[in-house]
Ligand binder design. Sequence first.
Ligand SMILES: [Zn+2]
Length: 314
Amino acid sequence: MNIFVVVTTLCVFSETTVGQSWTYHEENNGVDTWSTNYATCATQQQSPIDIVHDDAVVDTTLGEFKHALFDAPPQSMLVKNNGHTLQVDLTNGYIINDLSLLPGKFKAEQFHFHWAAPESRGSEHLLNGGRDWGELHIVHYNTKYEDFSTAMNMTDGLAVLGFFIKDDYPQDNADIERIIEPVFNDQASYYSESAIYITSFSIETFLPHNLTTYYRYQGSLTTPPCYESVVWTVFSEPIRISRRQADMFETMVFENSRGASDTTNLNDNYRPVQALNRRNVYRTAHCSGTASFLKPATHFIFLCTLIIGLMRVY
Ligand SMILES: [Zn+2]
């Protein structure tokens, strides 16, 4: 066997069986090993965290996100399986330029999902100790930097909007369906080969109704290299998808390349919660707290009315 054949064999081997330099669960490069290769993963302001509503500090300067902010469709949307998640890369994503919402002018770069294995829950953040089915992250970079790569390790470089996902919607979520359709069509099921442009649409369409109630804290990327460059916004109201759609994520996305000897479902792609350490979590002043567990909305309105009523009595 000459040297060319050896090198070629090693490259193919590494692409199809190892693939990534880190994973969530493998013994030699799973979450417990991240800090060995990426020192920042062991530092003091890591994400995700368990958000405890009663411990969050009300910040009256936090403004209200409006659906109109997310209206402008990106120039293009590229759905891909990067071996760690199902991700949609945006070209010329919308820009949020409102200092009451984010500390700078931030441009949407990509969004992606975290989810669990069947019969389990895979949101990254917890709310009052509870984990939801999954979590959507919309990643933005500060436009004071040239691009995402330049911004990603700057302390004020990134802003991520996080939305819990519940799998209890009685019908398919039509907007999320546009993103998972390439999986259903076997166009984004496998790592590395899978990238497909879908018809561009406004991200506003799949966001929950209530964007005014959220939590805010300073944290990190939840994957290596775990840079502490993220101002986090985690919304109370979840996105809701159907059980069928949840099943697609759980069973039809693979972390290996097509044709690899081991076929492994890509799921349970969430990082365990990290210590809060000396950080504060802030929350909006709007009546909220357990909104994601109080459906339908009438319960939420009832609770707000009750609390306001009691405040007047006492
Ligand atoms: Zn994420």
